[in-house]
Design a protein around this ligand. Structure first.
Ligand SMILES: Nc1ncnc2c1ncn2[C@@H]1O[C@H](COP(=O)(O)OP(=O)(O)OP(=O)(O)O)[C@@H](O)[C@H]1O
Ligand SMILES: [Mg+2]
Length: 363
């Protein structure tokens, strides 16, 4: 089996590094404190939460939900209820009697996948208001926490800001009740997620903030060199190339393991693996790029080039664009979440897309 995991969650033996982060989060959950975990995309937030839950599965009830595709507040409630129902395991009879005990107003449709024996729970929510659904959820959660402490994580939490209702204010109300529960909120769109926790927002000071950076180079080297003949300098070349994006780095290591596990890894091999990834993504990135208006295309090209001062007269002349149009195109790309801004510097947060811009568009 390939030891370099790059899709879904990496846990147990495929998970490495992050010891400092895990220790810090462990302290929080041991004290039933809350966490806001955020980072650029694909750094490893979800894997970190899953690994934390895995390590604590004996002493805590662990509940994980991903709300990436919620389109309504009712869907949000339904995902929470399903995740809470899933905690109850055992034979069907035990499950049914537990669900009765923990949920007063809601019944569940239970289905068992004949192939995997995986059980799914479908809450029946007809006739209940959103507030009642959430109340039902928290009552069940509080009851559960009397049995064993709870770690409850909502991944892609920034999605709640797309819904009109004041979900954050409602959550705050329940989170203030003192039960041994750690709430973990994770998300990637840095601005929208942190803005849910700023001064004057309902969740202000309700969680300790932690921005997840890249894996540290020593951990990457220690893990990669167990399976590949790779030296520290080459690992550092890989990390710089990926700009610390965990997923891309793991994807390249995955390809290297398949193609070269018996030879010494060189930077050239890394470049070839990257080209393979960019080749695979080429058609979907081209499609995306084709949705941009002309000035947006120019703006995207400028910021994925190596140009330092994107507003210099030279640059504007080379790309045949006015300063104001460039500024407004950047703004539009920002609203589309293609690019991001930090301390006055624009950048493409998806490193693979950025490298596609650098190596394919700007070649
Ligand atoms: N500590 C780790 N050890 C090994 N692999 C990891 C680790 N962290 C992340 N990965 C790999 O990188 C990929 C991206 O990580 P993950 O999905 O956890 O990041 P994320 O920050 O939640 O991303 P997104 O922004 O897409 O939600 C995972 O599929 C996993 O294979
Ligand atoms: Mg994630």
């Amino acid at each position: 089996m390939n030891p370099f995991h790059y899709e879904g969650f990496a846990i147990e033996e495929q998970f490495y590094g992050r010891e400092a982060e895990l220790a810090k989060i462990q302290k929080l959950v041991d004290g039933s404190n809350n966490l806001l975990l955020y980072s650029k995309r694909r750094m490893g937030k979800s894997s970190l939460i899953k690994e934390l839950m895995h390590r604590n599965k004996d002493n805590f009830y662990t509940i994980y939900c991903d709300i990436f595709d919620i389109a309504s507040k009712e869907e949000f409630a339904s995902i929470l209820l399903k995740a809470l129902a899933k905690v109850h395991r055992g034979d069907l009879k035990t499950i049914v009697s537990n669900l009765k005990k923990y949920f007063k107003r809601i019944t569940f449709g239970i289905t068992v996948d004949p192939n995997t024996a995986e059980i799914s729970y479908m809450p029946r929510l007809e006739g209940l208001s959103f507030d009642e659904m959430i109340e039902e959820f928290f009552e069940g959660l509080f009851l559960l926490s009397k049995e064993k402490r709870v770690i409850f994580a909502i991944d892609e939490f920034q999605q709640i800001s797309l819904l009109e209702s004041k979900i954050d204010a409602l959550l705050r109300k329940y989170m203030q009740e003192s039960y041994p529960i750690s709430y973990i909120f994770a998300g990637s769109k840095r601005h929208s997620i942190t803005s849910l926790f700023t001064y004057s927002a309902p969740l202000y000071e309700m969680a300790t903030h932690m921005e997840l950076g890249g894996l540290d180079s020593m951990s990457v080297y220690a893990y990669a060199s167990k399976y590949l003949a790779i030296n520290e300098a080459t690992v550092n070349y890989l990390i710089q190339l990926c700009d610390y994006e965990t997923k891309l780095m793991q994807h390249i290591l995955h390809i290297l393991y398949n193609a070269h596990k018996d030879s010494t890894i060189t930077p050239m091999m890394i470049d070839v693996a990257l080209s393979e990834i960019l080749g695979d993504k080429n058609s979907s990135y081209t499609l995306l790029y084709d949705t941009f208006a002309l000035t947006q295309k120019k703006a995207f090209k400028v910021i994925t080039s190596d140009i330092e001062n994107i507003f210099s007269l030279d640059t504007l002349k080379t790309y045949n664009i006015q300063k104001a149009s460039l500024a407004s195109a950047l703004k539009q790309l920002y609203l589309k979440e293609i690019i991001d801004k930090e301390e006055d510097r624009w950048f493409v947060p998806d490193r693979t897309l950025e490298l596609w811009g650098k190596r394919i568009l700007n070649r």
